[in-house]
Design a protein. Structure first.
Lengths: 449, 175
C-alpha cells in the first residue's frame, strides 16, 4: 500500500525535513517536488500497523505546522490523485488528474501542458471523469493523441509499476559562529571587514569538510541573525547562493560572497547588530580532488574565471539575461529553442540535443522578431501595420522582388491547431524577409541577416 | 582613400605594431586579425559571423546584444556549436558587458551588435581585445566613422545565387 501525503499550500517548512523525519519509519520514500510525500509501507507492515503509522505521520506534520491530505492506493499516481482531489474512488477523479498519471514522480511543465491540451479536447468531446476515460478504446486514443495518451491509458488501467529512485536524506552542512558584529558607523554601514573576516573562517571550515568527503557546495545560504529589538521587523537576514558551475577555491568564493553581500546590503540594509553568522550548505555536488589534470593544469583556473565572470554578469544584467540556448524539437520557430542556465562549457558540440533535427529543417532566419509583426503586401510593397515600427531596421516600406520557398508549419495540436504558411520575400532594398500567412493575417516573423 | 587613412596605415607598417597573427576563415580569404575589432555591415552579416563561428566551433564565444533577436536554431543550422556560446541580453549595459567579457579572457570570440559606440569606448575595447587576443565582431547598421576597427566589411547577398559576398571598406595595418 502506498500512502500519499499531499500538501495543498506551499509550506514554510521544506518538505525534505519532513521526509527525513519519516526516514526513521521506512526507507521507501519519494518526494514529488514540494507538493507530495509518498511512503511505501509494504516492506514495513510487520513493524507498524496502519493506524500506528498514520498517527505517527499526523504527529510529524503537526510538529512542523503543516496541513496535509492523505490517501492510500496500490500505485503512486492513484494515491496522489485521490489525495489531491479528495475522493475515495478512482473512477470519480476529474479528467485533470490525467496530468498526475502522466507525471507521477516529478513535475514536468512541458509534458503537463501537452496532457492538459489532450484533457481539453476530451472534455469538449463530453468526457468528465477518469471512469469515462477508462471506457475509451486505446485505438481511438492512439490515432488522435499518439504514444503519450497510450502511456497514460496504460498507467490508469493497469497501474504504475516504475520503481522509485532511491531516497537519501540530503546532507546539510551548517556552521555557525556566534559573534557580535557591529558594522554600523554613526548613521550608516561603514565597513564590511568584520563580516568578511567571520565569513572567511566559515567558508574555509566548510570547504575543507566537504572536500574531504569529495564534495563541493552547490547551493548554500548565509544568514545574519540580528539582535532582536522591537523596531527590527525581521531579525533573520539571509542570502542564498546557487552556483551554476562547480567551484573549487575558497578565495574566489569569498570574493563573490563579499560582492553579493555588499550589493544586497544596499538593497536590504541590516536593522541592528549582527549576533551570529550562519553558513549552511543546502546542496552538494560531487567533486574529486584526487589528482589534478596534468594535461591541462589551467583548467581549474579557467573554470574559476568563467564562474566569476558569469556571476558578475548575472548580478548586473539579471539571471535570466545570461544563458545558453538549447534546441527543442518543436514545430513553431519561436519554440525551437529555450534558455538554460549555464551548462557545461566543455560539452562535445556534436552531441548537442536537437542539432540533427535542426539540420533537417529548412533554412531558418538568423533573426527572429520577439513577436510577429503585422504587415500588408500591396502593389509590390511591404508595409508594417504596427504603429511602433517600420519593418526591418527602420527601412520603411520595402519593395518586393520575388516571393519563394513556401513552407507550411502546423501548430501543435495541444496549442489550438492553426496553420502558418511561411514565405521568403526578397526585397529590392536588400533584406530577405520571412513572412507567414495565418488565419489572423499576414505577419513578418524574421529576416535572413 | 583619404590622406589621413594613408598616413595611419603607413605608420602602422613602419613600426610593425600591426603585424598580427591571422585567424583563417573560408568566407574571407585574408583571414581576420587576432585580437582585433572587425566591423561588419550589410545583409547577411549575422550569417557571415555564424559561419566563422562554425569553423572555430571549439572556441568559446560570447554573443552580446541589447535586445537579443538572434535565432539559435539558425545558428545551429549554420554549424555553430551552441554549447560553446553564451548569450547575453545586455539592454543598456552593452558597453560594460563587452568590456567585462573582454577583460575576463574567458572567450576568444565576442560578437556584439550596437547602434553607436562612443570613440573612447571603442578604443578601450581595442586595447582589451589586443591584450586578451579576442576577436571582437561588431555587427552594425552603418559603419562607425572611426579608425579603431582594423577591418570594416560590407556583406551582401547575391539575389540570384543567395551566396554571401563581401567588400572591404577599410583595412588598417598589415596582417
Amino acid at each position: 500500500m502506498i500512502y500519499c501525503f499531499y500538501i495543498p499550500r506551499i509550506a514554510q517548512v521544506d518538505l525534505r525535513k519532513v521526509a527525513e523525519a519519516f526516514y526513521g519509519l521506512t526507507m521507501d520514500l519519494l518526494l514529488r517536488d514540494s507538493e507530495a510525500l509518498f511512503v511505501d509501507l509494504s516492506k514495513s507492515q510487520n513493524l507498524l500497523t496502519e493506524i500506528r503509522f498514520l498517527s505517527l505521520a499526523d504527529e510529524i506534520f503537526k510538529s512542523y505546522g503543516m496541513s496535509y491530505r492523505w490517501r492510500g492506493a496500490i500505485d503512486t499516481p492513484t494515491a496522489l490523485a485521490l489525495a489531491k482531489y479528495e475522493t475515495f474512488e478512482k473512477e470519480e477523479l476529474p479528467l485533470e488528474s490525467l496530468v498526475l498519471f502522466g507525471t507521477p514522480l516529478r513535475k514536468d511543465p512541458l509534458l503537463e501542458k501537452k496532457i492538459l491540451g489532450m484533457v481539453n479536447v476530451l472534455q469538449q468531446l463530453g468526457l468528465r471523469t477518469l471512469g469515462d476515460f477508462q471506457e475509451l478504446r486505446p485505438q481511438e486514443l492512439s490515432s488522435r493523441f499518439g504514444a503519450l495518451a497510450l502511456g497514460i491509458y496504460d498507467c490508469v488501467k493497469k497501474g504504475f509499476s516504475q520503481p522509485w529512485p532511491v531516497y537519501f536524506p540530503e546532507e546539510q552542512v551548517t556552521h555557525k559562529i556566534t559573534e557580535k558584529i557591529d558594522i554600523f558607523g554613526e548613521f550608516q554601514i561603514h565597513n564590511l571587514e568584520p563580516i568578511t573576516f567571520v565569513l572567511k573562517t566559515l567558508v574555509d571550515r566548510i570547504l575543507l569538510k566537504l572536500k574531504l568527503r569529495g564534495k563541493t557546495p552547490k547551493i548554500f545560504e548565509i544568514v545574519f541573525h540580528q539582535e532582536k529589538l522591537s523596531v527590527v521587523r525581521s531579525p533573520r537576514w539571509s542570502l542564498r547562493f546557487d552556483l551554476a558551475l562547480g567551484l573549487i577555491s575558497g578565495k574566489v568564493l569569498l570574493g563573490q560572497i563579499r560582492e553579493r553581500v555588499e550589493h544586497e546590503l544596499q538593497r536590504r540594509p541590516l536593522e541592528s547588530l549582527i549576533e551570529s553568522v550562519e553558513f549552511s550548505v543546502l546542496e552538494v555536488a560531487p567533486y574529486q580532488e584526487a589528482q589534478r589534470n596534468i594535461f591541462d593544469p589551467h583548467r581549474e583556473e579557467k573554470a574559476e574565471s568563467t564562474w566569476s565572470l558569469v556571476n558578475r554578469l548575472r548580478l548586473k544584467l539579471g539571471t535570466e539575461n545570461v544563458f545558453q540556448a538549447l534546441l527543442n524539437p518543436a514545430y513553431l520557430p519561436e519554440e525551437n529553442w529555450h534558455r538554460i542556465n549555464l551548462g557545461n562549457f566543455e560539452q562535445n558540440p556534436s552531441k548537442e540535443p536537437g542539432k540533427k533535427e535542426a539540420q533537417i529543417l529548412p533554412d531558418r532566419p538568423t533573426r527572429l522578431l520577439p513577436k510577429p509583426q503585422r504587415i500588408s503586401m500591396r502593389d509590390q510593397k511591404i508595409v508594417s501595420l504596427e504603429k511602433s515600427s517600420n519593418t526591418v531596421g527602420n527601412l520603411g516600406p520595402l519593395t518586393i522582388l520575388k516571393i519563394f520557398e513556401k513552407e507550411i508549419i502546423l501548430n501543435q495540436w495541444w496549442n489550438e491547431c492553426s496553420e502558418r504558411v511561411y514565405l521568403k520575400v526578397q526585397t529590392q532594398e536588400g533584406p530577405l524577409l520571412w513572412v507567414f500567412q495565418s488565419d489572423q493575417g499576414l505577419f513578418l516573423h524574421g529576416y535572413f541577416d | 582613400m583619404t590622406v589621413l587613412q594613408k598616413l595611419r596605415e603607413s605608420i602602422g607598417a613602419i613600426d610593425g605594431s600591426l603585424q598580427k597573427l591571422k585567424i583563417a576563415y573560408s568566407g574571407f580569404e585574408s583571414g581576420f586579425p587576432q585580437g582585433g575589432i572587425v566591423e561588419v555591415i550589410g545583409t547577411g552579416k549575422t550569417e557571415f559571423v555564424a559561419k566563422f563561428l562554425s569553423e572555430h566551433e571549439e572556441e568559446k564565444a560570447a554573443w552580446i546584444e541589447a535586445e537579443l533577436s538572434v535565432n539559435p536554431c539558425a545558428l545551429s543550422q549554420k554549424g555553430v556549436a551552441l554549447g560553446n556560446v553564451l548569450f547575453m541580453r545586455a539592454q543598456r549595459e552593452s558597453i560594460w558587458t563587452v568590456r567585462e567579457v573582454l577583460q575576463s579572457q574567458v572567450f576568444s570570440i565576442v560578437v556584439t551588435s550596437f547602434v553607436e559606440f562612443p570613440e573612447n569606448d571603442l578604443r578601450r575595447m581595442q586595447i582589451l581585445a589586443e591584450r586578451s587576443k579576442v576577436n571582437l565582431f561588431i555587427l552594425s547598421q552603418e559603419f562607425h566613422h572611426s579608425f579603431v576597427p582594423q577591418l570594416q566589411l560590407q556583406v551582401s547577398r547575391d539575389q540570384q545565387t543567395g551566396r554571401l559576398e563581401w567588400k572591404i571598406k577599410k583595412q588598417r595595418g598589415s596582417w
